[in-house]
Design a protein around this ligand. Structure first.
Ligand code: FEO
Length: 395
């Protein structure tokens, strides 16, 4: 996209990756993504904050064609999608200094081979003056790497937040226009990338609450000119409160596990509990991550393959363990032909989840009347636990 002004002297240069469908060979991108760099032109100096993914470097460099001089290239986060074009920008502007946090210096040296004499490390709270604009650096560690920082421009009450508050959305809109789309994309982004660092993010939100902010300009997705929209969403996602919801990823091979989990979904619904059911053989793993942001209970459903759980269930259990959602309760249900260690193996995969296990049901062959009775009992336990915790149902 052409560079566009979000405030006088501050331009967003958004390179839009419309067709990208996978990030880090891991994260689905159903709506593509964008990488935003910001050009700040003050009365006595010019800075570029972040760059773009190397695949789109020419789009950024084309937009910089008319910019004769850059004094500072700020890197807020060293992941390649923002830092990968740093060597090209530094080559074009040989007098520019690369500005980074103290923890980023090592990453910049090892990942990008930047000459040490071109690097200027800034400390938390340090400022660089561009004349009538000031860059104030705010360390925001673990959103989502240890070196991450934001840049605040007090004259415009503008916060450049990099991944923090970002959304993987390919859009030609400069500001948020479709709130529903951006909310979903930002929640997906939070779930997949930020959720393991929930407690650190809460501290960083507290830290930022001391700043007057009119505009939040992230490095993915549209700019927020109503910052409360995304700040309130983040406050909700990092809060300890959970919802009256169950997340139930499962796989079935010959139908027994599917009969069990679908019966359980009905039994939970009869008791007022919402279930998000995911057939792992076809599911978008990002949707599963989103549902883990709010849910109180995880139930895993698996058939038995060579004694253990289905490999797809291994993957989902490992993912849930890695994302460290709030979850308070868990259960495992499944089936087998002649022998199974599926429950023990799944339990061993989720040590990060500090959950009370409310039940395990392992059925030999097709479910029977007794299996359905056990599933009703499990649903009752889950519903009662949610009631005792006074969890609310999603509206
Ligand atoms: Fe958008 Fe962590 O990179």
């Amino acid at each position: 996209m052409n560079a566009r002004e979000i405030a006088k002297g501050i331009k967003v240069i958004s390179t839009v990756h419309w067709e990208r469908r996978l990030f880090d060979s891991l994260i689905p991108l159903p709506d593509g993504t964008s990488y935003n760099a910001y050009l700040i032109q003050g009365s006595k100096g010019t800075a570029l904050v972040d760059t773009t993914d190397p695949e789109l470097k020419h789009e950024l460099l084309d937009q910089l064609e008319s910019v004769e001089h850059i004094d500072y290239l700020v890197t807020q986060h060293s992941e390649q999608d923002h830092s990968g074009t740093i060597p090209d920008v530094l080559a074009r502007y040989p007098k520019a200094k690369l500005v980074c946090s103290s923890k980023a210096k090592d990453l910049v040296l090892t990942h990008l081979d930047v000459a040490p004499e071109r690097i200027r490390v800034v400390e938390d709270g340090e400022e660089i003056s561009l004349g009538d604009k000031t860059l104030q650096f705010v360390y925001t560690p673990w959103v989502h790497w240890p070196e991450t920082m934001c840049t605040y421009i007090p004259q415009d009450k503008c916060l450049l937040s990099c991944d923090f508050f970002g959304s993987h959305v390919a859009t030609s809109d400069m500001y948020v226009t479709n709130k529903e789309l951006v909310y979903e994309a930002a929640k997906r982004y939070f779930a997949e990338i930020m959720m393991p660092f929930r407690n650190m993010i809460r501290r960083n939100l507290d830290k930022l609450s001391g700043l007057e902010i009119d505009v939040i300009a992230p490095s993915h997705g549209p700019v927020y000119n109503e910052p409360d929209f995304i700040v309130d969403a983040y406050k909700d996602w990092v809060s300890p409160s959970m919802k009256n919801e169950v997340v139930l990823p499962y796989i079935t091979m010959h139908g027994s596990t599917e009969m069990m989990v679908k019966y359980l979904v009905n039994s939970l619904a009869d008791r007022g509990v919402t279930t998000h059911l995911f057939d792992l053989s076809v599911t978008d793993i990002g949707k599963l991550a989103i549902s883990l942001v709010d849910a109180a209970t995880l139930v895993v459903g698996t058939p038995t393959v060579h004694i253990g759980p289905h490999p797809g269930v291994f993957y989902a259990a490992h993912l849930a363990n890695m994302l460290r959602p709030k979850l308070k309760y868990a259960a495992i249900v499944g089936s087998y032909g002649w022998s199974s260690k599926a429950i023990e193996q799944i339990s061993g995969l989720i040590p990060n989840l500090k959950v009370d296990v409310l039940g395990t049901i392992l059925q030999k062959g097709a479910p029977t009347e007794d299996t359905y009775k056990q599933l009703d009992e499990l649903a009752e336990k889950i519903a009662n636990a949610h009631k005792e915790d006074e969890l609310v149902t999603t509206e």
